[in-house]
Design a protein around this ligand. Sequence first.
Ligand SMILES: C[S@@+](CC[C@H](N)C(=O)[O-])C[C@H]1O[C@@H](n2cnc3c(N)ncnc32)[C@H](O)[C@@H]1O
Length: 285
Amino acid sequence: MNLKEYTEKNRIAWNAVMPYHQKAKKDEWDKNFRQPGYIIQEEPELSKLRELGLEGKKVIHLCCNNGRELLSLKNMGARYCLGVDISDAAIQGAVDRAKACNIDVEYLRSDVYDLGDEYNGSFDLVYMTIGGLVWLPDIRRFFAVVNRLLKPGGQFFIYDSHPFSNLMPWEGDAETKVEITQPYFHSEAWEWSDSLDYYGGAEYEAPVHYEFTYTLSEILMALIDNQIEIRFMGEYEKDISCGMEWLEQRSMKLPLSYILIGQKQKDNTDENRTNKTGRSTNCKI
Ligand SMILES: C[S@@+](CC[C@H](N)C(=O)[O-])C[C@H]1O[C@@H](n2cnc3c(N)ncnc32)[C@H](O)[C@@H]1O
C-alpha cells in the first residue's frame, strides 16, 4: 500500500472510534474546560512547556484528536492555536468543545502530509503528543513537513510513548511476566482490527488500521536530517499510553515515555551557514 492508502484507512478507523471516546470523556472534558484557564497537561510535560514559554506564540498541534491539549496551550498564553487531525469526527468534537467552552482556537481536518505551502514558516511551535507518530507511515517525510511549518528558530515538542515500550505486552497486570514480546526493529506496517477505545474499553468491530513503530535512532535521525537540532531529550517511567499502567506500577525503572524538543536551524541557506570557527562554510581556506 502507498502512504495515502494507509492514512485513509486510518482516517476511517479514527472516525469509527470517536463516538466511543466521546461517550467516555466528552462530559468530563467539557466540564473541565469551562473553568477559565484550565490546563490538562501534567508533569513532566507541564514544566517543559512552561520552560519553553507559550506566551504570544503561534502553535500548531499535529494529530490533535479531540483537541483538548490545544485548548490548554491557548490557556497557557499562546497567541494563535491550530489543531490538525485526519479524522472528521475528532475535528468535529474538537470544534464543538472549543465553541462550548468559548476558547479561541482553530481546528483543521487534514492529513499532516497534505498541509499546504500556505502554512510554511508560520509557527513558533509544532506540538505533538502521545500516540501521534505511530500512525504516520513515513517518519522522514513527516519531519520534512515539521521543518516546513516552523519559522526559523521555531521549536518542535513531542511527548510520546518510549520506543522501548513497543517491546512489551500491551496488556497486563501485577502477575504478568515482564518479557519482550515484540521486536524493536520493525520496518513493516502493523495491521490491526481491534478496538481503539482506550478510554472506555468498548469492544466494537474496528475498521482495519495501520501503525508504524520507530526506533529511537529513526526518530532522532529523521529530525537531524530535516535540519531540526535536538535541544532536549528526557526519558520517564511514566506510562502515558492508557495501556501500560500495569508496567509502570511494577516500578521496574523502565523507560515508558519521552519528551524531545528540537529547534529548526535559524538560517538554512548556504550563504549564511557557518562552521564552528564562525566562517562561512563557503570559505575554501
Ligand atoms: C492517539 S490519537 C492522539 C491523542 C492525543 N495526543 C490526545 O492525547 O488526546 C492519534 C490521532 O492521530 C490522528 N492521525 C492519524 N494519522 C494522521 C494523519 N496522517 N494526519 C493527521 N492526523 C492523523 C488520528 O486521527 C488520531 O486522532
